[in-house]
Design a protein around this ligand. Structure first.
Ligand code: HEM
Length: 153
Protein backbone atom coordinates (compact mmCIF):
# COMPACT_ATOMS: atom_id res chain seq x y z
CA UNK A 1 0.00 0.00 0.00
CA UNK A 2 2.89 2.38 0.65
CA UNK A 3 5.09 1.15 -2.17
CA UNK A 4 4.13 4.10 -4.34
CA UNK A 5 4.09 6.69 -1.59
CA UNK A 6 4.95 10.17 -2.89
CA UNK A 7 8.34 11.52 -1.79
CA UNK A 8 8.25 13.35 1.55
CA UNK A 9 7.87 17.11 1.14
CA UNK A 10 11.23 18.86 1.52
CA UNK A 11 11.86 20.54 4.84
CA UNK A 12 12.19 24.32 5.01
CA UNK A 13 14.20 23.93 8.22
CA UNK A 14 16.43 20.97 7.39
CA UNK A 15 18.59 21.21 10.52
CA UNK A 16 15.69 21.32 12.95
CA UNK A 17 14.05 18.44 11.09
CA UNK A 18 17.21 16.33 11.18
CA UNK A 19 17.51 16.97 14.92
CA UNK A 20 13.92 15.93 15.66
CA UNK A 21 14.25 12.82 13.50
CA UNK A 22 17.41 11.86 15.33
CA UNK A 23 15.90 12.47 18.78
CA UNK A 24 12.52 10.80 18.18
CA UNK A 25 13.13 8.09 15.57
CA UNK A 26 10.34 9.61 13.44
CA UNK A 27 10.68 9.96 9.66
CA UNK A 28 8.52 10.69 6.61
CA UNK A 29 7.35 7.13 5.87
CA UNK A 30 6.50 6.62 9.56
CA UNK A 31 4.37 9.80 9.59
CA UNK A 32 2.59 8.54 6.51
CA UNK A 33 1.88 5.16 8.14
CA UNK A 34 0.68 6.94 11.29
CA UNK A 35 -1.75 9.19 9.40
CA UNK A 36 -3.12 6.43 7.16
CA UNK A 37 -3.45 3.98 10.05
CA UNK A 38 -5.13 6.57 12.25
CA UNK A 39 -7.75 7.65 9.70
CA UNK A 40 -8.39 3.99 8.86
CA UNK A 41 -9.54 3.61 12.50
CA UNK A 42 -11.41 6.92 12.55
CA UNK A 43 -13.46 6.03 9.48
CA UNK A 44 -14.89 2.86 11.05
CA UNK A 45 -15.30 4.32 14.54
CA UNK A 46 -18.95 4.42 15.67
CA UNK A 47 -18.64 7.91 17.21
CA UNK A 48 -16.22 9.67 14.82
CA UNK A 49 -16.86 7.84 11.53
CA UNK A 50 -20.20 9.56 10.80
CA UNK A 51 -18.81 13.05 11.62
CA UNK A 52 -16.04 12.62 9.05
CA UNK A 53 -18.29 10.89 6.50
CA UNK A 54 -20.65 13.89 6.55
CA UNK A 55 -17.82 16.28 5.60
CA UNK A 56 -15.29 14.32 3.56
CA UNK A 57 -16.34 12.92 0.19
CA UNK A 58 -12.89 12.24 -1.20
CA UNK A 59 -10.37 10.86 1.28
CA UNK A 60 -7.33 11.10 -1.04
CA UNK A 61 -6.82 14.88 -0.74
CA UNK A 62 -7.70 14.85 2.97
CA UNK A 63 -5.07 12.22 3.73
CA UNK A 64 -2.49 14.12 1.70
CA UNK A 65 -3.26 17.29 3.64
CA UNK A 66 -3.04 15.44 6.96
CA UNK A 67 0.31 13.88 6.03
CA UNK A 68 1.62 17.41 5.25
CA UNK A 69 0.15 18.68 8.53
CA UNK A 70 1.86 15.98 10.61
CA UNK A 71 5.12 16.46 8.73
CA UNK A 72 4.96 20.12 9.74
CA UNK A 73 3.92 19.52 13.34
CA UNK A 74 6.09 16.52 14.17
CA UNK A 75 9.16 17.14 11.99
CA UNK A 76 9.05 20.96 11.84
CA UNK A 77 9.16 20.95 8.04
CA UNK A 78 6.78 23.89 7.49
CA UNK A 79 4.95 21.97 4.75
CA UNK A 80 1.38 22.68 5.92
CA UNK A 81 0.00 26.17 5.49
CA UNK A 82 -3.68 25.61 6.17
CA UNK A 83 -5.91 26.86 8.96
CA UNK A 84 -7.36 24.05 11.11
CA UNK A 85 -9.61 26.27 13.31
CA UNK A 86 -12.39 27.14 10.81
CA UNK A 87 -12.66 23.47 9.78
CA UNK A 88 -13.41 22.47 13.38
CA UNK A 89 -15.43 25.16 15.16
CA UNK A 90 -18.66 24.28 13.33
CA UNK A 91 -18.39 20.50 13.74
CA UNK A 92 -21.21 18.86 15.75
CA UNK A 93 -18.82 17.52 18.39
CA UNK A 94 -18.20 17.70 22.12
CA UNK A 95 -15.18 16.91 24.28
CA UNK A 96 -16.12 13.21 24.20
CA UNK A 97 -15.40 13.20 20.45
CA UNK A 98 -11.98 14.74 21.07
CA UNK A 99 -11.29 12.16 23.75
CA UNK A 100 -12.08 9.36 21.32
CA UNK A 101 -9.96 11.05 18.64
CA UNK A 102 -7.04 11.27 21.08
CA UNK A 103 -7.42 7.66 22.24
CA UNK A 104 -7.31 6.37 18.65
CA UNK A 105 -4.38 8.63 17.84
CA UNK A 106 -2.46 7.46 20.90
CA UNK A 107 -3.15 3.81 20.08
CA UNK A 108 -1.99 4.24 16.46
CA UNK A 109 1.11 6.22 17.47
CA UNK A 110 2.14 3.51 19.95
CA UNK A 111 1.66 0.84 17.27
CA UNK A 112 3.51 2.77 14.57
CA UNK A 113 6.36 4.69 16.23
CA UNK A 114 9.15 3.97 18.71
CA UNK A 115 8.31 5.18 22.26
CA UNK A 116 10.08 8.56 21.94
CA UNK A 117 8.42 9.25 18.59
CA UNK A 118 5.00 8.22 19.91
CA UNK A 119 5.39 10.51 22.94
CA UNK A 120 6.40 13.38 20.63
CA UNK A 121 3.31 13.16 18.40
CA UNK A 122 0.90 12.31 21.25
CA UNK A 123 1.97 15.39 23.22
CA UNK A 124 1.33 17.58 20.16
CA UNK A 125 -2.01 15.95 19.37
CA UNK A 126 -3.21 16.65 22.92
CA UNK A 127 -2.12 20.27 22.81
CA UNK A 128 -3.79 20.90 19.44
CA UNK A 129 -6.98 19.04 20.42
CA UNK A 130 -7.34 21.25 23.50
CA UNK A 131 -6.89 24.42 21.48
CA UNK A 132 -9.37 23.28 18.78
CA UNK A 133 -11.94 22.42 21.43
CA UNK A 134 -11.46 25.72 23.28
CA UNK A 135 -11.89 27.59 19.98
CA UNK A 136 -15.11 25.61 19.39
CA UNK A 137 -16.44 26.60 22.80
CA UNK A 138 -15.54 30.26 22.20
CA UNK A 139 -17.24 30.14 18.82
CA UNK A 140 -20.42 28.73 20.38
CA UNK A 141 -20.42 31.34 23.13
CA UNK A 142 -20.06 34.11 20.53
CA UNK A 143 -22.99 32.71 18.58
CA UNK A 144 -25.15 32.60 21.71
CA UNK A 145 -24.16 36.16 22.57
CA UNK A 146 -24.70 37.63 19.09
CA UNK A 147 -28.52 38.10 19.32
CA UNK A 148 -28.14 39.79 22.72
CA UNK A 149 -25.50 42.18 21.38
CA UNK A 150 -27.71 43.04 18.40
CA UNK A 151 -30.73 43.62 20.66
CA UNK A 152 -28.73 46.06 22.79
CA UNK A 153 -28.07 48.39 19.84
C1 HEM B 1 -13.36 15.35 17.42
C2 HEM B 1 -12.19 15.50 16.81
C3 HEM B 1 -12.04 15.90 15.36
C4 HEM B 1 -12.93 15.81 14.34
C5 HEM B 1 -14.35 15.25 14.35
C6 HEM B 1 -12.26 16.37 13.16
C7 HEM B 1 -12.84 16.45 11.91
C8 HEM B 1 -12.27 17.04 10.82
C9 HEM B 1 -12.92 17.20 9.52
C10 HEM B 1 -14.33 16.70 9.19
C11 HEM B 1 -12.06 17.84 8.72
C12 HEM B 1 -12.28 18.24 7.26
C13 HEM B 1 -12.91 19.57 7.21
C14 HEM B 1 -13.23 19.99 5.80
O1 HEM B 1 -12.36 19.84 4.92
O2 HEM B 1 -14.34 20.46 5.61
C15 HEM B 1 -10.85 18.10 9.48
C16 HEM B 1 -9.75 18.74 8.99
C17 HEM B 1 -8.56 18.85 9.68
N1 HEM B 1 -8.30 18.39 10.96
FE1 HEM B 1 -9.65 17.60 12.23
N2 HEM B 1 -11.00 16.76 13.50
C18 HEM B 1 -10.81 16.50 14.82
C19 HEM B 1 -9.67 16.72 15.56
C20 HEM B 1 -8.48 17.17 15.04
C21 HEM B 1 -7.25 17.29 15.77
C22 HEM B 1 -7.08 16.96 17.26
C23 HEM B 1 -6.32 17.76 14.88
C24 HEM B 1 -4.86 18.06 15.10
C25 HEM B 1 -4.12 17.46 16.02
C26 HEM B 1 -6.97 17.94 13.60
C27 HEM B 1 -6.37 18.43 12.47
C28 HEM B 1 -7.01 18.72 11.28
C29 HEM B 1 -6.40 19.41 10.16
C30 HEM B 1 -4.98 19.94 10.08
C31 HEM B 1 -7.38 19.51 9.15
C32 HEM B 1 -7.23 20.15 7.78
C33 HEM B 1 -7.66 21.61 7.85
C34 HEM B 1 -7.43 22.27 6.51
O3 HEM B 1 -6.30 22.73 6.26
O4 HEM B 1 -8.38 22.28 5.69
N3 HEM B 1 -8.28 17.57 13.72
N4 HEM B 1 -11.01 17.60 10.75
Amino acid sequence: MHRHAPPAPPSRRPEATAQVMEATGLDGPMIERLVHGFYGKVRVDDLLGPVFAARIRDWGPHLEKMVAFWHSVALMTGTYEGAPMPAHVTLPVGWEHYQRWLALFRETAEETCPPGGAAHVIERSERIARSLFMATEDFRRMQDAAPLLRAAN
